[in-house]
Design a protein around this ligand. Structure first.
Ligand SMILES: Nc1ncnc2c1ncn2[C@@H]1O[C@H](COP(=O)(O)OP(=O)(O)O[C@H]2O[C@H](CO)[C@@H](O)[C@H](O)[C@H]2O)[C@@H](O)[C@H]1O
Length: 614
């Protein structure tokens, strides 16, 4: 049995969400609902929708194509046939509005890159806070949940060529308001909200309404509703049931006939396993039961038979993806790394596309958080100055000659903070190591305590900052000599991309996307694969980490190291390449009207237009 499954999101549930009236596929739109008006009516992003369907999909597509032809040309050369696709991402987090980790980053960064390729792109996520840049559309959908209708409002903003739509409902806003970090899934790390099933089934159902009911006008290239020829890109277990709702509530009634669903796995260890009886909460037809049906040997949240949201997401999607090719291989390699869904993914197949990173948010040339800005030509001197600033910031002795190793990550078993701490002890005890270590992370309390205790043990050499601190993360990337990535498993990893962008080579475990993105001796140091057993710290793994870190530290300051810094910084780590790969995969799904976007150098001006951060 896979030890990794101990980190699986488990929860029980309370009330009931869902549509019980199968003959009424569309949610109930009440146009008369009066909400706060946009501050500047001229900028109002949306037109309130008062009828069930203002345009047919065909009309929408035609209008879109006419507009693409006439309006695209302002800064790009449009390829003659490029009509693009209507792509709708759905996910539980979306940076910078909400983020606990890499999922938020991907839903922040990939969509603008797809938009820069000429596609019409939307991202739908919950409204956890009163985001000041998102307008109330005044559009309301009423979704039947159990015996009640729940009212959902849609907020919107248009940033970097992407429609960002926020689902407003008390189950999101009241729980997380003002605390958008680790409160998204539960009150504390490792504790889930009891009604998570209800919250995220609401997200799925509300998201399915958006392309049809929101009349969006902000883009210079597209307008009107997205219509029905849409590609939904679902992300992780929270969006697992979306394909089922699409089929049962819409397609069986002749709506969204050619729409397709791609399901992307960012982390298999969170699957959404719940009591089998909870299937009733979803208000889905019994024919979907087998897709959710799952038996494991764990007694959480109940013993025995369960439903598994991720399993259903995988089985009911038209295409299954994950965030790196090597992780795709690992997922189907066996029970331990596939977390007991390996057999399912072997059945459906799975495609890995390595993530990009947001090169505008992470840019050492203009990063406002770091002491000295730099590029590949000035990195060596600038990084030494940034190291001194970092040492001063965290309270370590300021000395540019001492190699500095850093670790940043969610403090969960996945990231191996326990292995890292044990390796630090081994490094420090074996010999008088001339090295400093900076640790940044939040998460499980036991790991936070572990980090703090190693700082207490080595006060002149180790600093542990147990906070979610974005400015410090930037300062660490700029000031560290080596980034330690000690993950037991790592679907892709953005940390190492961010490190390389700042000329900081990684010493990394050889798993998932770390294998695809770090080249031994050129851009980093591989330590081999660590055990995925989350319950123990294997002495052999501690040795691998300590040995590799010592090896890396010895290289710091040498000409070989300077070459590595340069190799890291001269790579294109942006979303541009991955976005093209995503486009190829989505085009293959054959949604009506889908065509390639624009290619080549023409992308550049529009990509530039899209870099302004929200
Ligand atoms: N204490 C802290 N303070 C400030 N910033 C912090 C921080 N801790 C983490 N971060 C930031 O959070 C992000 C973490 O992203 P990762 O992709 O490395 O991991 P995560 O496991 O969350 O993502 C999951 O999804 C992504 C996206 O697909 C996959 O790359 C990954 O392998 C998978 O586990 C980075 O932007 C990092 O800078």
């Amino acid at each position: 049995m896979a030890a990794m499954a101990t980190t699986t999101q488990l929860a029980t549930s309370g009330a009931i969400l869902g549509i019980t009236d199968r003959s009424a596929p569309s949610m109930f739109l009440r146009g008369g609902f009066q909400g706060p008006r946009p501050r500047n009516p001229a900028d109002a992003p949306l037109t309130m929708r008062t009828t069930a369907r203002a345009t047919t999909p065909k009309q929408t597509r035609k209008a879109q194509q006419q507009q693409r032809g006439s309006r695209r040309g302002h800064s790009v050369v449009v390829c003659a046939t490029g009509a693009g696709m209507n792509i709708v991402f759905v996910g539980a987090e979306m940076a910078p509005w909400s983020k606990t980790g890499g999922l938020g980053d991907v839903l922040g960064g990939l969509p603008p890159a797809m938009a820069a390729n000429g596609h019409r792109v939307m991202v739908i996520s919950p409204r956890y806070d009163q985001y000041k840049d998102a307008w109330d559309t005044s559009v309301v959908a009423e979704i039947k949940m159990g015996d009640e209708y729940e009212r959902v409002r849609f907020f919107h903003c248009y940033k970097r060529g992407v429609d960002r739509v926020f689902i407003d409902h008390p189950s999101f806003l009241e729980k997380v308001w003002g605390k958008t970090k680790e409160k998204i899934y539960g009150p504390d790390t490792g504790t889930d909200y009891q009604d998570n099933q209800l919250r995220f089934s609401l997200l799925c159902q509300a998201a399915l309404e958006v392309p049809r009911i929101l009349n969006l006008d902000n883009s210079p290239h597209f307008s009107g509703p997205y219509g029905e020829d849409v590609l939904f890109v679902c992300n992780d277990w929270h969006t697992g049931p979306l394909a089922c709702y699409l089929k049962s509530n819409y397609q069986s009634n002749g709506i969204y006939k050619t729409a397709k669903v791609a399901f992307c796995i960012h982390n298999i260890s969170y699957q959404g396993r719940f009591s089998f009886d909870d299937f009733a909460l979803l208000n889905l037809p019994d024919r979907f039961k087998s897709s959710f049906d799952f038996i494991d040997g764990y007694d959480k949240p109940v013993e025995g038979r369960k439903i598994n949201w991720m399993k259903a997401g995988i089985l009911e999607a038209d295409k299954v993806l994950t965030v790196s090719p090597y992780y795709a291989e690992e997922l189907i390699s066996g029970e331990a790394r596939g977390c007991e869904l390996d057999n399912i993914m072997r059945l459906t197949g799975i495609t890995g596309i390595v993530n990009g990173m947001d090169v505008s948010e992470w840019d050492p040339i203009k990063d406002k958080y770091i002491a000295v800005n730099y590029d590949a030509t000035t990195a060596v001197e600038a990084k030494a100055l940034n190291k001194e600033a970092l040492q001063a910031e965290v309270g370590l002795p300021v000395d540019r000659k001492v190699p500095l190793v850093a670790f940043i990550g969610r403090l969960e078993e996945q990231k191996g903070p326990d292995v890292m701490v044990a390796a630090i002890k081994e490094m420090m005890e074996e010999e008088e190591q001339d090295v400093q270590i900076v640790l940044l992370g939040t998460g499980k309390k036991k790991f936070e305590r572990m980090l703090k205790s190693v700082e207490e043990e080595f006060p002149d050499k180790v600093r542990a900052v147990v906070k979610f601190n974005a400015p410090l993360a930037h300062q660490i990337m700029a000031g560290a000599d080596v980034l330690a990535v000690t993950s037991r498993f790592e679907p892709c990893g953005l940390i190492q991309l961010q490190g390389m962008r700042y000329g900081t080579p990684c010493a990394c475990a050889s798993t998932g996307g770390l294998v695809d993105t770090i080249v031994e001796g050129k851009t980093g140091f591989h330590m081999g694969r660590l055990s995925v057993d989350c319950l123990v710290v294997e002495p052999a793994d501690v040795k691998k980490v300590a040995t590799t870190l010592k090896r890396a530290v010895k290289v710091v300051g040498t000409p070989a190291y300077q070459d590595m810094v340069k190799n890291c910084m001269t790579q294109d780590l942006s979303w541009k390449g991955p976005a093209k790969n995503w486009e190829d995969v989505l085009l293959d799904l054959g949604v009506a009207g889908s065509e390639p976007g624009i290619t080549g150098e023409e992308i550049a001006p529009l990509a530039m237009e899209n870099v302004a951060a929200p």
